[in-house]
Design a protein around this ligand. Sequence first.
Ligand SMILES: [Zn+2]
Length: 549
Amino acid sequence: MPADLILRGATVHTVDAARSTAQAVAIAGGRIAAVGDAAEVDGLCGPATRVVDLDGGMVLPAFQDAHCHLGSSGHASTLCSLEGSSGADEHLRRIAAYREANPDREWVVGSGWSMSDFPGGTPSAAALDTVVPDRPAVLTNRDYHGVWVNSRALELAGITASTPDPAGGRIERDEHGAPMGTLQEQAMHLALDLAPAPTHADRVAGIRAGAAYYHRLGITACQDALVDPAWQAAYEELARSGELGLRVRGALQWDVGRGEEQVAELVERRRSGTVGRLACGNAKFFHDGVVENRTAAMLDPYLDGDGRPTDEYGIDMYDRADLERFVRMCDAEGFGVHIHTIGDRAVRESLDALEAAMRANGRRDARHQLAHVQFAHPDDLPRFRALGVIANVTPLWARLEEYVAELTLPFVSERAGSGMYPFGSIVRAGGALAFGSDWSVSTPDPLQQLATAVARRDPLGSAEEPLLTEERLDLGTAIAAHTIGAAHACSLDDVTGAIEPGKLADLAVLDRDLFTLAPAEYLDVRVLATLLEGEVVHAEPGSPLDGGP
Ligand SMILES: [Zn+2]
C-alpha cells in the first residue's frame, strides 16, 4: 500500500528499544508504514502520497502525559483561574477582577493559588473577604490539597470553632480554635461540595479545551488520574462519538469515604468506560497528601520551624489493612492500581500493599503505579523493578524553587531531603519511569518537563542551584519517560509511544533537534505539528504541515 504521507528532512527519533534514529517516516492508514533512510521510505511513495520536507528539526513519537487532570483542568481554565499568579496582591487582584466580570455567578469558584505566596501557606478568609465580601468564594490551591474560603463560605458550610476536623483533613485555626480560611485535604469538601458543580456540558467543553491545548504541546495521550462518574460520563460521550481528540486512560476514583462495595461499581464503570479512545482500566487511590501542609506520610517525623523533630508523621487516608484489602481486590479484578504517594512512608506502605496483592493473586502485567514519589527510602528503590511497579513521576517539581527551599526541605529529615525526586536512582535500579505533569498543578508543556528533568533546576534561572545532580536524567531517558514510558503507564505501549512499523502514527514534529541543544534552549523549541493517527491535529501556521492532509 502506498503511503498517505511521508515526512523527511528531519531527524526521526524512534524511541524504539535500540533508541535508533532514522531519516524519514511513511504513514499509511493512520499507522507507521515504514521508518528508515530516505530510500527505504521513498519506496512507499505513490501518486497520491503527500511528501513533506521538514528542512531540519525533529520527529518523535507524540508525548504522553502519564498523570494529569485533563477534564477538570480544562474546565478550571474557564473559571477564576489563578494559574501563574505570584504574590498575594496579584492573587487578590485577579479574584476581584473575576468577581466583577461575573456578577451573576452565585459563587466565586476558582483554583491555582500557590501556598508559597501566603505566610505559612495558609491564606485567610479575612483577606479574601476584602475582594469577595458578598458571595461565597472557594479557591482550590494549585496542588489540589487545600482550599481557601471566605467568611461567607465558612458560614454556609457551618464551620465554627466547635467543628471537629473531619477524618483525613484539617481545618486551619487561630489560637482560639476559630477557622482561619484554609481547609486541608478532606476538609476541603466541607466547602467545595456546596459550590455549584460543573454541568455535563461544562465538563464536555472542559475536556475539549484540554485536548486542544494538549495538541498544541505535541501531546496525543494522557492518563486522567482522577475520574469520577460525572467526568466519566463526559469522556464517554466524546469517546462514543469519536470526538475525543486524545487517547485517555481513566484512573477511576476510589472514594475514600466508602468501602469495598465500590469494586463492583468500578468493574461496571470500566466496561462502559472502554470505548473509542477511552479506556478506564485503572483505579486511583490516595495514600497521603503533600508535604507543605504536613499531610504527606513520612518515615521520619516532621521538623518544626527550628529543625526539631515533632510527633507528626503526616496523615493516612486509609487504615493500612483497608488499603491492602482494597488494592488486593482491585488487582484481582484486573485493574492497574495507581496510588498517590508523596512521602517515603506512603511509598513503602503502597509497595507493601501491591506486593501483598501479587502474593495473593499472582503476578501479571498489571501496570500498577505510584504517582509522584517525591520521597523514597533507598531500601525501597529496588522494589519498583522487583515488583514491576511504575514510578509515575512529575519532573517539573524536581528543582530547588522557593516553594521547595522554604516550605518543604526545612520540615523533613535530612535523610528524606537528601533523596528527593530520586529519578536517576530509580532508573539505575532498573525501575520503569513515566512522566506526568499533574496539570493543572503544573504546566503540561513537555519541553519544560524535559528541560527540568535534565537540568534539575529552572532551565532559565541560572541563579538556582540544581537539586541533587546525581538524580539528573540524560535527554534520551527523559524523552523515553515522556513517550514510551508514559505509554506503558497508560497501557498504550503496544500501539503508541515509539515510531515503529505497525504502530499508530501519533507524532510530534519540532522545529529543532533537542539533542543539539542545552536544556535552557528547549523552551524556545516550537511544536510545528502534532499528528494523531496520521491526521494533523495541530500545525503551526505557515509550517510545512499546515493545510492538511
Ligand atoms: Zn494528580
